[in-house]
Write a protein that binds this ligand. Sequence first.
Ligand code: APR
Length: 237
Amino acid sequence: MSRGSLGRIVILTGAGVSAESGLATFRGPDGLWEGHRVEDVCTPEAFQRDPALVHAFYDARRAKLGSVKPNAAHETLAKLDAQWPGELLLVTQNVDDLHERAGSKRLLHMHGELTKGWCRSCDERFAWSGDMGQSARCSSCGTAGQVRPDIVWFGEMPYDMERIDEALQHADLFVSIGTSGAVYPAAGFVQTARYCGAQTLEINLEPSLGSTFFDESRIGPAGKLVPEWVDEVLSLA
Ligand code: APR
């Protein structure tokens, strides 16, 4: 990476960036999918078929948020957000709120957020309150039993894709942190960025499925490698 060529940075994070905070990833040995079939808890059909099971899956993940905190990777990405003079966009696949709690502002949740609910009756989105769930009443229209977690399920369109594509097409640097590269469209971001001329860097505990598309791969824990990388980039600012 050279000085001056890094004006516009796009960063993608996955479950691996929150692993050292104590949140399970999806495809690791004790991953979230180990206990559940995706089709039973992470599709619109699953919610239609058994809303109680889907609510229970997300209620358990939401409850865990209260006992975890951002790790050094979240903290230093927030420092970069605050101090980087150029354009910067942090796109996370994660639905936890650790990037916000660390202070990141230029942030998009492409797969939604555990801390939000979505009313299927009036289409309003709102902060999830503790007692919501299958019989929850929408805080906007008052309809009961029509609230779902504001999570993008398999088969649904991720959020903010136009803005993400625009950022990727103009990025000088694309950095992927803590994701297996197993799920599209996020897994294809590196190819878009590369095709449009960005330098590409991967930071992950093991080579991801898309490793060969990256100019550089740094293998190791995000809690160690991300702070090192952020200090390196800020020294170029
Ligand atoms: N530091 C860096 N990387 C880590 C760490 C760590 N401490 N711990 C785990 N990893 C890496 C793993 O090696 C793995 O490659 O993080 C990656 C996590 O991969 P997944 O569990 O597949 O999670 P993710 O890539 O975020 O999944 C993408 O799939 O199920 C859907 O919607 C869900 O957003 C999720 C999407």
